[in-house]
Design a protein around this ligand. Structure first.
Ligand code: PMP
Length: 404
């Protein structure tokens, strides 16, 4: 397998676009990635040729669609080394974490402890805050060093007999830091806690084996993985999912319903109430098939080279502050520009066709940790090029001149 960025780009129709009369330089893939033609066509094809509701029909289209939906589940399972019944389709990474928190919460009581880190996305903070508010569980915060690394010794010290859940990001959407998931899982398990990883960013940049990590739960969303929006994945070890009560009630998640009694379906269907994201699951399956045709290691190296190129291009500038310089990090560059609000930086970059994100990145505790109210973020995907990296550096240098 080879990796050739121009061949990759040819699969993404949107990358041909111009913005403000300039070629689009899309550096916002950590928020949501663009879609290859294979995904677009798989979803269109399903709608044009073989579409019906799943699981409840006896006619051809219902059966074909059910087969396609369940085939997507098998693709996801194989992609992360899980069993088929360990994959729950949700509407996103956020919903997957909410599902786990709500379910695990049924087994917790006041004084139980949940460890999160200072580098979490709000999706992996707020559902645990709900449990703090409702049950009186205690949230403990694993600190992040100035470099943007999770402080493992401090994390170890937080673990104790009352630790019930450890919920950590596998890769920070702001710092780019990749956390040592396997070590963290081992430490959490030694303390008798369940461990959940938010893999929304990590899954995009590295092959994931949930069994090697020994995660109890691993979640991610489809839309950052070159798939559609409206679909997320909850992986849970079979015995962990079996221990969770249902999340939402409705069709398809039951065993039997009568006037005074109800039983529930086994996982994963117990957690998929109502009509699920059928087309989105099919689209995600197509994204995974598409990724299987790429040399992912070479792609990650390519992304990292782009990051290094930008880092070099911006080195020594006294008006730029980079947030997150962990030795082990993915291709995400968060930064502030002296005298400028991040929103203004992003808006000026947009005039040059360069799309970056700016704001708190749904990580307010992390912003506070680094003493900033917002930052701008350029994130690199496998379809970005060296020319785009250079265009970003040039546009940012010009943008800074507005504030100097
Ligand atoms: N966790 C991380 C680390 C993220 O980057 C994101 C998306 N910004 C989420 C969770 C939430 O994912 P979604 O919005 O797809 O539910």
């Amino acid at each position: 397998m080879t990796f050739d960025v121009e061949t990759v780009r040819a699969d993404f129709p949107i990358l041909q676009r111009q913005v403000h009369g300039r070629p689009l330089v899309y550096l916002d893939s950590a928020a949501s990635a663009q879609k290859p033609r294979a995904v677009i066509e798989a979803m269109s094809r399903a709608m044009e040729h073989s579409y019906a509701n799943v699981h409840r029909g006896l006619h051809t289209l219902a059966n074909e669609t059910t087969d396609a939906y369940e085939a997507a589940r098998r693709k996801v399972a194989a992609f992360i080394g899980a069993g088929e019944t360990e994959i729950v389709f949700t509407k996103g990474g956020t919903e997957a974490i909410n599902l786990v928190a709500a379910g695990v919460g049924a087994h917790l009581q006041a004084g139980d402890e949940i460890i999160v880190s200072e580098m979490e996305h709000h999706a992996n903070i707020v559902p645990w805050h709900f449990l703090r508010e409702r049950l009186g569980v205690v949230l403990k915060w694993a600190p992040v060093t100035d470099e943007g690394v999770l402080d493992l010794e401090a994390f170890q010290r937080l673990l104790g007999p009352r630790t019930k859940v450890v919920a950590l990001t596998h890769m920070s959407n702001v710092l780019g830091t990749i956390n040592p998931a396997q070590d963290l899982a081992r430490m959490a398990h030694e303390a008798g806690a369940l461990v959940l990883f938010d893999g929304c960013q990590a899954i995009v940049h590295k092959p994931i084996d949930v069994k090697a990590i020994d995660a109890d739960f691993y979640v991610f969303s489809g839309h950052k993985l070159y798939g559609p929006t409206g679909i997320g994945i909850l992986y849970g070890k079979a015995e962990r999912l079996a221990a969770l009560p249902p999340y939402q009630g409705g069709g398809e998640m039951i065993g039997e319903v009568s006037q005074d009694r109800i039983t529930y379906a086994d996982p994963p269907h117990r957690f998929e109430a109502g009509t699920p994201p059928i087309l989105e699951a099919i689209g995600l399956g197509a994204a995974i098939d598409w990724l299987a045709g790429q040399d992912r290691l070479a792609a990650a190296e390519h992304e990292h080279r782009l990051y290094e190129r930008v880092r070099d291009g911006l080195s020594g500038l006294n008006w730029l502050k980079v947030i997150g310089e962990a030795p082990h990090k993915g291709a995400i560059l968060s930064f502030t520009v002296d005298g400028a609000h991040a929103h203004d930086v992003a808006q000026i970059l947009d005039r040059y066709g360069v799309a970056v994100r700016a704001g708190t990145h749904c990580a307010e505790p992390l912003m506070k940790r680094f003493g900033v109210t917002s930052s701008a973020r350029a994130s690199f995907a496998l379809y970005n090029t060296e020319d785009e990296a250079d265009a970003f550096v040039e546009a940012l240098t010009k943008a800074q001149a507005f504030f100097a």
